[in-house]
Design a protein around this ligand. Structure first.
Ligand SMILES: [Fe+2]
Length: 201
């Protein structure tokens, strides 16, 4: 069985480095790209091991077993890969307020962009890893979520629209421990066109 493998670009698109205007540095992004590649490499390593695994239900065990170790860590690896894909795809923009369908969805769910922005900042401050904005296909509304780890996702039947990395590696080099300064800078570089492109059509 041949596993399908994921890829990370060798270099980030140049637009991402426009975040230097708000203090999120090239050095931070370049180090962060290395972490993203690490999630991709481990995703591929686990997929390969799962494809080669001699699966025996009698050996599966909830305390420790090969199948458990591979599957639990797979969710962390692939989650980290996907979270960073959305992160890097959603920065390097003009920030500010969105327009079009995403604006309408945010206003429907939060009343105003300002109310959503306050919620987003608070979600980022309250999270141990990620703030997520996701589209709920069942209720056809957007909602923000806290992700405390790479494998804590929004609920089922959601599409991830925007992911703000609040692990310290995303900001410590530029803002030390002042996470709110990073979040305020991040708000100024959201690429809302990229967010809109992820909305279901
Ligand atoms: Fe990260």
């Amino acid at each position: 069985m041949q596993p399908k493998l994921v890829e990370v670009p060798e270099a980030l698109p140049e637009k991402i480095y426009s975040t230097e205007r708000v203090g999120i540095s090239r050095a931070t992004h370049d180090a962060h790209l290395g972490l993203w590649k690490g999630y991709a490499n481990k995703t591929n390593e686990i997929r390969t091991k799962l494809a080669e695994l001699d699966v025996d239900p009698a050996k599966a065990n909830q305390i420790f077993s090969d199948i458990r170790a591979l599957k639990v860590n797979y969710a962390f690896a692939y989650g980290g890969y996907m979270n960073h894909q959305v992160y890097f795809n959603s920065i390097g923009g003009a920030g500010g307020e969105p327009t079009g369908d995403i604006e309408a969805l945010i206003k429907e769910a939060y009343g105003s962009f300002g109310r959503w922005a306050d919620d987003w900042k608070a979600t980022g401050m309250g999270a141990r890893g990620w703030a997520f904005l996701a589209y709920d296909h069942i209720e056809q509304r957007v909602h923000t979520y806290i992700g405390d780890s790479q494998d804590t996702f929004p609920a089922w039947n959601h599409t991830l629209l925007l992911g703000m990395d609040v692990y310290e590696h995303a900001y410590f080099l530029d803002f030390q421990a002042a996470r709110m300064k990073y979040i305020n800078a991040y708000m100024e570089v959201i690429d809302w066109d990229a967010v809109s492109a992820r909305l279901p059509r």
